[in-house]
Design a binder for this molecule. Structure first.
Ligand SMILES: Nc1nc2c(ncn2[C@@H]2O[C@H](COP(=O)(O)OP(=O)(O)OP(=O)(O)O)[C@@H](O)[C@H]2O)c(=O)[nH]1
Ligand SMILES: [Mg+2]
Length: 338
């Protein structure tokens, strides 16, 4: 699988170079003064967000980073060269945590954001720096400072306005493919989608919003059943959830049961997902045929629990324009209330 959304990396910045003890030695200049140069600083390690990356995949095979040490100072007042810096590239939306303490160091949500995670050790001063009127020939220099060693946990939480959730096979990927240019795989079996996909949806006034399609959830996902709940981290940042439900089943209260199953899993996951605004999207209304009554029954059941409900066919496009409008309005309202 080419999608990696959590990984631990080991970083060590470069040690500083040692200062040098040296004296001028020239013909006819007896007792030349100290001329030991400073050591160079060790290389720093930075984490930088790259708008072209969509997962932490590249770090799966390379997760140890040792920056170069600073060179030692030399005679004739030559300072050691600084060690080269290292830049670790990550996708936008990466949360950087100290793996040992669990403290969040930064949440990198902008493109080209640069974070210093391990500072190179300072170079030691050479003996030339220690000459004073009372000690004109110091025989000591400073050693370089060691670099920092850390274990850093990187966790990608995608940036999207809207998250699409639901049971496997409900039509989540069909919906995102219809409303955006995203090509999330669609197939008539559960767990077709194995990693999250983002799509940009345009609506009137040249506005747009970003939608995230995630793998399906099933009962017991919080215990690791199916693909578990790990992909829910990608909808933590959204403002609105579209809960897709297959409304074509023969059992009248099946849609509500499906809804409750997913709600239970959201509750088990926590992180405020159940407090997010949800629109219930009853899908596959094109295959209801003569059973249209069933749809109004299902809608009524959702009305009764105070849910915001609509009916669509992600396949034929029926009801989709209205849904986009509704999502856009909700997002605008959300923005105004901030
Ligand atoms: N008739 C009909 N079929 C649909 C509709 N929406 C989706 N389907 C079909 O339902 C099946 C599952 O659709 P997907 O979009 O892959 O479902 P999903 O929710 O993404 O499934 P997972 O990725 O496995 O969680 C596919 O065969 C789709 O063609 C619809 O509105 N009408
Ligand atoms: Mg899918």
């Amino acid at each position: 699988m080419s999608f990696v959304d959590e990984i631990t990396v080991y970083v060590k910045s470069g040690d500083g170079g040692d200062g040098c003890v040296s004296f001028r030695r020239e013909k006819f200049v007896p007792k030349g003064g100290p001329n030991g140069g400073d050591g160079g600083r060790g290389g720093n390690i930075y984490i930088v967000t790259d708008g072209n990356l969509s997962s932490l995949m590249d770090l799966k095979y390379k997760h140890r980073f040792n920056a170069q040490r600073g060179r030692h100072g030399m005679g004739k007042n030559c300072h050691g060269r600084a060690g080269s810096d290292i830049t670790i590239r990550v996708p936008v939306g990466t949360v950087v945590t100290d793996a040992e303490s669990g403290d969040v160091i930064a949440d990198l949500v902008k493109i080209d954001e640069k974070l210093l995670v391990a500072q190179g050790g300072r170079g030691g001063k050479g003996n030339a720096r220690f000459a004073t009127s009372t000690n004109q020939a110091p025989r000591y220099a400073e050693p370089g400072e060691p670099g920092e060693e850390k274990k850093i946990r990187l966790e990608l939480k995608l940036l999207a306005d809207v998250g699409i959730i639901g049971l496997p096979n409900a039509g989540k990927s069909t919906l995102i493919s219809r409303i955006s240019a995203s090509h999330s795989k669609v197939a008539p079996y559960p767990f077709t989608t194995l990693s999250p996909h983002l799509g940009v949806v345009n609506f009137h006034d040249f506005r747009s919003f970003v939608v995230a399609d995630i793998p399906g959830l099933i009962k017991g996902a919080h215990k690791g059943v199916g693909l578990g709940l790990k992909f829910l981290r990608h909808i933590e940042r959204t403002n609105l959830l579209l809960h897709i439900i297959d409304a074509s089943a023969d059992i009248p209260d099946a849609p509500l049961k499906d809804f409750e199953t997913i709600q239970e899993e959201l509750k088990a996951y926590g992180h405020g997902l159940t407090e997010k605004k949800q629109i219930v999207v009853l899908n596959k209304i094109d295959i209801l045929g003569k059973n249209k009554d069933r749809l109004s029954d299902a809608c009524r059941l959702f009305d009764d629990i105070g849910a915001d409900v609509c009916a669509v066919s992600a396949l034929t496009g029926e009801g989709i324009d209205g849904l986009i409008e509704r999502v856009g309005d909700n997002l605008l309202k959300e923005k105004e209330s901030v």
